[in-house]
Design a protein. Sequence first.
Length: 243
Amino acid sequence: MHQMFHFIKQLSGRLNPSLYSSLPSQSNAASIAFLRQLQREIRAEDVLHIPFPKLKLTVFDLETTGFYPQNGDRILSIGAVKVIGDQVLDDETYYSLVNYNEPLSEDVKLLTGLSEEELSLAPPIEQVLQEFYQFIKSEPLVAHHAHHEKRFMQHATWSTLKMSFQHRLLDTSFLINIVEPRKNLVTLDDCCTHFGISILRRHHALHDAIGTAKFWVECIRQIKKLGFVNLLDVYNYLAKTRY
């Protein structure tokens, strides 16, 4: 594996230029040791009982070439932002393109605005994954329609690092279905419109992650008003209502 070096571009100065300036280079052995330590921490953590005001999460989004990593689709970019309680931490973000040296479909180009040239200059997936795990550490993850992100993270983590993806991954739908059970809020656009949230640039991994984080924290505010204290309360409620 390549040594880690940060690679943050394509945001026209929207990110703090000092982001990851302190990220250490790691050898392959040190990187694997770090990831294994993360997995031990994940297994040891009891996030279900953490009160919502103290719960720290990472909300993330992937742009990909398609929907099926097992059929050859690949991650093109990863964007993420930290959240604690009902606050989005705007100064704690991560974004990177991922190296891809094959032609992009016209649909992907139009949807994401990414070019083959910039992707050819991006760091390899194993390096980006190591940086991403360094950023998120053992924190739970949140994604909109998380099954998409889960499939790609499972596939990429195993195929490049030969390790399993073990982070707890929360889907935004499990809160939105409690907060607004009578509304058919499915897409990210639907959810953000409902809460009056605008996304600076749709289908850009970082901006979509920030939009998702903003509507996630709105759900947290509402869920606390309904009397839920932590994730365990939410899981227990969903278990009772579904079965």
